[in-house]
Every structure is written in structure tokens, then in C-alpha cells.
Design a protein around this ligand. Structure first.
Ligand code: CAA
Length: 249
């Protein structure tokens, strides 16, 4: 039964107020998990928490930036207090500050690396402490096709997402002894608020290059994350799994 897949589990999904993260949060909740909702925007987080409780699951809102050590520490203190355990961590929070290299500022570089890479480090380190005690955990990191192919205007983003892949493979080796799996999901071009701001002409060129003939949906990604969050993927660790309509094979 779908609802039993994750029943009794607690999942933290970072940056899940909208887009792919929101879809993941609702999908895991429908599969039975209680959800820790993290986002920098309080209103979107509260709205999502309402949708989760409507599904009959518990929701804990922890707003803040994953790039802030203080915010991450506060989130994990709340998780320990309310749920006592954390079974699933989905590192979804991510930002873009696209610019051509010669125009890219130090700030654009730092902002993207702080959220997309250091944020993943902060969250995994805090989660791993709990998961080690439980001798159980599922960590899923959102990387990107951009990490595998590169993309004009995204030196900062591609570097951060490639870093996530290196971290995934390393931590899969380190945390296996605690029965914690660590995998990465590499979405292709997905219809989200993040891709909505790409100039139309560029967007059309990208979609024309997708063999399956369409942009992906957040649900396409959430379905894969659900599998990697469940015991159906018990023997999979250290992998980067693409979900990209064939845009990069
Ligand atoms: N391939 C080759 N050349 C390209 C190119 C591409 N994909 N995109 C732009 N160029 C070229 C342009 O033709 C232009 O060439 P000329 O100077 O000869 O005219 C040059 O690069 C500069 O491009 P722009 O005029 O567009 O430069 P800009 O400073 O106005 O804008 C930009 C730069 C902000 C990076 C803009 O090009 C842009 O928004 N690009 C889209 C970036 C993108 O794909 N982002 C993905 C976001 S979604 C996401 O990140 C999720 C995920 O995981 C995939």
C-alpha cells in the first residue's frame, strides 16, 4: 500500500515551500511520512504545513536558511524536541544567480555556494548525528543535470551541484556503517518557479533538445525521491540518478 511505504517515518525537506521541494513534501506525506517543512519564506511554509496536516500527517515548520549554521542548528533542535528521530533528509534547497563568468560577482558566487553546497554539509552533518544513533537513515541530495554537462551562465551553480555529487559519494562511504544511505537525484529541465525566469527563447531551445519532448514536472522528481526515501531502495547508495527526459544520457 502506498500509504504504508513511509508510515512512521519523519522527513526533513529543505527549501520546500514551492516547486520541486513542495511536490516532494506532499508526495512523502501521502506515502505516510510526517514532514519537517523548511523554507526561508514563512507564509509558503505555513501554507504547505496546512496541506500536509489536511492529509492526516504531522508537519513541523522550521523557517530559515540552510546556509546559516545558526538556522540549521535551530531546525535540528526543534526536530529533536518534537519528533525525537529523523529518518529522511532531502537536501532540496537551492538558488541560482546566473551570470556570464566575466560579469559574475563575488557575491553571486558566494550566495550560491553557501546555500547549495555549504547548506547540504550543515544539514547532513546534523542529520547524521541522529541517524547514527538510530542506525537508520536515508539522505537524498538534489543535484542537477548542469553538474554533469555544465551550462552557459551557471559556473557558480554547476560548481555547487558538482560539489554535491562529490559529497554524496564520499558520505555514502562514510555513513554506510550506520545503515545510512546517501544518494543524489539529478533533475533535468523541470517546470518550476526557478526555471520560469529563464528568457523564453532560451527555454524553448532547451525544451526542443529534450528527447521525451517536454519539460519535467516536480512530480516526476518527487516520485524518484519517494523511492529513494523508502526501503525499496535499501541496497542503493552513493548513486547519482538522473531524471531528465533524456536530455543527457
Ligand atoms: N550556449 C552558447 N552560447 C550562449 C548560451 C548557450 N546556452 N546562452 C547564451 N549564450 C551566448 C549568447 O548568445 C551571447 O553571445 P554573444 O555575446 O555573441 O551575443 C553570450 O553568450 C551572452 O549571453 P546573453 O546575451 O544572454 O548574456 P546576458 O548577460 O544578457 O545573460 C545569462 C546571461 C543571465 C546567463 C542568460 O544568458 C541566461 O539567463 N541564461 C540561462 C541560464 C540557464 O540556463 N539557467 C538555468 C536555470 S534553471 C536551473 O538552474 C535548474 C537546473 O538545475 C537546470
Amino acid at each position: 500500500m502506498t500509504q504504508d511505504l513511509l508510515s512512521g517515518k519523519t522527513a526533513l525537506i529543505t527549501g520546500c515551500g514551492r516547486g520541486i521541494g513542495k511536490s516532494i513534501a506532499l508526495t512523502l506525506a501521502r506515502a505516510g511520512a510526517d514532514i519537517v517543512v523548511n523554507d526561508i519564506d514563512q507564509d509558503t511554509a505555513e501554507n504547505l504545513a496546512g496541506e500536509i496536516t489536511d492529509l492526516g500527517r504531522k508537519a513541523l515548520v522550521c523557517c530559515g536558511s540552510v546556509g546559516s549554521r545558526t538556522d540549521v542548528d535551530a531546525t535540528f533542535a526543534k526536530i529533536k524536541d518534537k519528533f525525537k528521530h529523523l529518518d529522511i533528509l532531502v537536501n532540496n534547497a537551492g538558488i541560482t544567480r546566473d551570470n556570464m563568468l566575466l560579469k559574475m560577482t563575488d557575491q553571486e558566487w558566494d550566495q550560491v555556494l553557501d546555500v547549495n553546497l555549504k547548506g547540504v554539509f550543515y544539514c547532513i552533518r546534523a542529520a547524521a548525528e541522529m541517524m547514527k544513533e538510530q542506525a537508520y537513515g536515508k539522505i537524498i541530495n538534489l543535484t542537477s543535470v548542469t553538474a554533469l554537462t555544465g551550462n552557459v551562465g551557471q559556473a557558480n551553480y554547476a560548481a555547487s551541484k558538482a560539489g554535491v555529487i562529490g559529497m554524496t559519494k564520499t558520505l555514502a562511504r562514510e555513513l554506510a556503517r550506520y545503515q545510512v544511505t546517501v544518494n543524489a537525484v539529478a533533475p533535468g529541465f523541470i517546470d518550476t518557479p526557478m526555471t520560469a525566469s529563464i528568457p523564453d527563447e532560451i527555454k524553448q531551445t532547451i525544451v526542443r533538445g529534450i528527447p521525451l519532448g517536454r519539460a519535467g514536472s516536480p512530480q516526476d522528481i518527487a516520485n524518484l525521491v519517494k523511492f529513494l526515501s523508502s526501503d525499496e531502495s535499501a541496497y542503493i547508495t552513493g548513486q547519482v540518478i538522473s531524471c531528465n527526459g533524456g536530455i543527457y544520457i
